[in-house]
Design a protein around this ligand. Structure first.
Ligand code: GLA
Length: 380
């Protein structure tokens, strides 16, 4: 049974009767452009073939009745009046509802069963998938037009202000705006994006190190302040606005740590734009080389990798047919991403986990993914 069938069945069992619609919102993997989003820079994520599904039936009132089939329990709230209660999956839905209410969108209630297969806490944005599925559900049920960029912002606000996790805009934007078969080159300052086709003959492989970072990450916030400090030194609000030549001319004046942090962000923006160009010309070798460089920069300058991620990346890079690999997402654990030639994928997914496990004693997970569509109504 696929996830769509399972979520419909969970709905039938819990609520009785049939859902009216099913919506789907994907998790993501970032190909390149890491720790650049909150600097107003460039990112290039893609939506993966793992997602949050919601089977929904319209109600005539203002109540939202939910079943999380993942957690095996329900929750409910009234759209007319609700408040933050305690850390709970339902708060993501309430946070989205709150953002929509603030925009004066008329909200209607619904019953919904939810089921997802984006692994939680692994850095593949299961929470953005949940937020965008909720936004899509409200848009369908309440019949307001779907504005993907605005809905991504609603998702980010839910995460920042309601749930209390500081994140940039990348995860929500890709879960909302993605196009199948494409990565998304996003300018995180203007929120303008470009769908860039994935090169032929290669697969994107996600390698979960089985190490985890804490949810509310002080190191993430620390990196953000260091970036702000560096931008202020150059008289800019965002590091995105510091040209690489300007940086190079004055980098010696910066304290060592600030200089390294800034160098990562500024060079990563350059690499991300170059990676998009490489993809457009079908140059997957160049794309892979840029991913390798990104990893070195994240490891040495931004210092957000860990031993497990470094081992995973090196193990992947040593395999035949691997064009490039890097840590992906916030870092300090979670996943790496590799670009692998089609002909070598089978051997790659067999050998990398074994070699990794031998070196680390950790049991990794491997997902070969295609690029899928952003939040949408799902037709079986
Ligand atoms: C996390 C955040 C994103 C982004 C990445 C790092 O995934 O949610 O907004 O900052 O880290 O690139």
């Amino acid at each position: 049974m696929n996830l769509h069938q399972q979520v419909v069945e969970a709905f039938q069992q819990h609520f009785g009767g049939e859902p009216d619609i099913v919506v789907r919102a994907p998790g993501r993997v970032n190909l390149i452009g890491e720790h650049t989003d909150y600097n107003g820079g460039f990112v290039m994520p893609m939506a993966i073939n793992r997602a949050m599904f919601m089977a929904i039936r319209y109600r005539g009132d203002s109540e939202v009745h939910l079943l999380s089939a993942d957690f095996g329990h329900g929750a409910r709230f009234d759209l007319q009046e609700f408040e933050y209660q305690k850390p709970h999956w339902c708060e993501y839905i309430k946070g989205v509802a709150n953002g929509l209410k603030q925009r004066n969108l008329p909200l209607k209630g619904f019953d919904a069963a939810m089921l997802g297969n984006v692994p939680r806490g692994s850095g593949l944005s299961s929470s953005a998938a949940l937020e965008l599925a909720a936004a899509k559900a409200f848009s369908e049920v309440s019949n307001f037009p779907w504005d993907p960029v605005e809905m991504a912002v609603v998702g980010q606000e839910a995460e920042n202000n309601w749930v209390g996790v500081n994140c940039g805009i990348m995860d929500q934007m890709i879960s909302s705006c993605a196009q199948a078969g494409h990565a998304y080159l996003l300018d995180c300052r203007s929120l303008e994006g470009e769908h860039v086709p994935l090169p032929e003959g290669v697969k994107v492989v996600i390698l979960d190190t089985a190490t985890r970072r804490g949810l509310v990450d002080s190191a993430y916030n620390e990196r953000r302040s260091q970036c702000e400090e560096a931008a202020a030194f150059f008289g800019c609000e965002l590091l995105r606005d510091v040209e690489i030549d300007t940086f190079m001319a004055r980098e010696d004046e910066l304290p060592d740590l600030t200089r390294k942090r800034a160098r990562h962000v500024i060079t990563e923006d350059v690499r991300t734009l170059a990676a998009a160009e490489a993809m457009k010309t079908g140059d997957s070798k160049k794309l892979g080389a840029l991913m390798d460089e990104s990893h070195v920069s994240l490891r040495d300058d931004f210092e957000v990798s860990n031993d497990a991620l470094n081992t995973m990346v090196e193990t992947a890079q040593a395999q035949p047919g691997c064009l490039g690999a890097r840590m992906t997402g916030a870092g300090f654990g979670g996943c790496a991403v590799a670009l692998v030639e089609d002909a070598h994928v089978d051997a790659f997914v067999e050998q990398v986990p074994t070699a990794y496990q031998q070196k680390t004693d950790l049991e990794p997970a491997v997902y070969v993914t295609e690029a899928t569509q952003g939040a949408c109504r799902y037709h079986a």
